[in-house]
Write a protein that binds this ligand. Sequence first.
Ligand code: CIR
Length: 265
Amino acid sequence: MRRFNHVIVRRPCRALTEGITSGLYPGKPDYELALVQHDSYIEALKKCGVEVTVLPADEAFPDSCFVEDPAVLTERCAIITNPGAASRNGEKESIREAVRQFYPEESIESIISPGTLEGGDVMMCGAHFFVGQSERTNAEGIRQFAEILKKYGYTCSEVKLEEVLHLKTGVNYLENNNLLVSGEFIEKPDFASFRKYVIPEEEAYAANCIWVNGTVIVPKGYPKVLEAVAAMGYPTLTVDTSEFRKLDGGLSCLSLRFYSNQKKA
Ligand code: CIR
């Protein structure tokens, strides 16, 4: 895996308290605490050796700090998605502006209606991408996504979701063939060839860890997952994401992690 050199994040907005939630983790996010946690998240990313671009808060979109969903950034192209959640669909416009700084215009692609797709449903494993068909990502979105990926020499396969919000809510790739799996993904044949660590049910939220340049960032408060990831040989960092969890958001949702040598001034 090539190292990531850039990360894009967006500051949480005050309207965060009105973000979409399944209610699985009850309570309204505390905006001030969310800002403190977001600062810690940025610090952890910087420790992993990436340059972090911090986009300003966007009050028009309560969930806009979850930048992973309106774009998928690869080494060869950027794909602006078409979020399936109506209140989030407009996030794609401002993320496109941010992405322009890092990708030439001809390699910025888009998913268009009636196709929908959210980045949380996309898991990159080398040159192969798993895509979840979910309430946010539909079959037409996946068809368009696969066609775009093919153009750039990537492959893609679909995973049907039954229970969780996004694919990466329940399964995450840590490179070196290591996969964290929980719930509905434990037995899926799609992931049979990976070395799997099965997340204990009571720590299901921590299935959403992120690999950043060899280090794995684990959400704070999940000792079994932390121990397991360390036992796999990874240096670890922890970040408290309690306020984002109330909106079903995890570590991956809060950033776009990618390689680009194109940064414009
Ligand atoms: C939403 O429901 O869209 C947000 N409240 C949470 C988004 C989480 N994003 C992700 O898993 N990639």
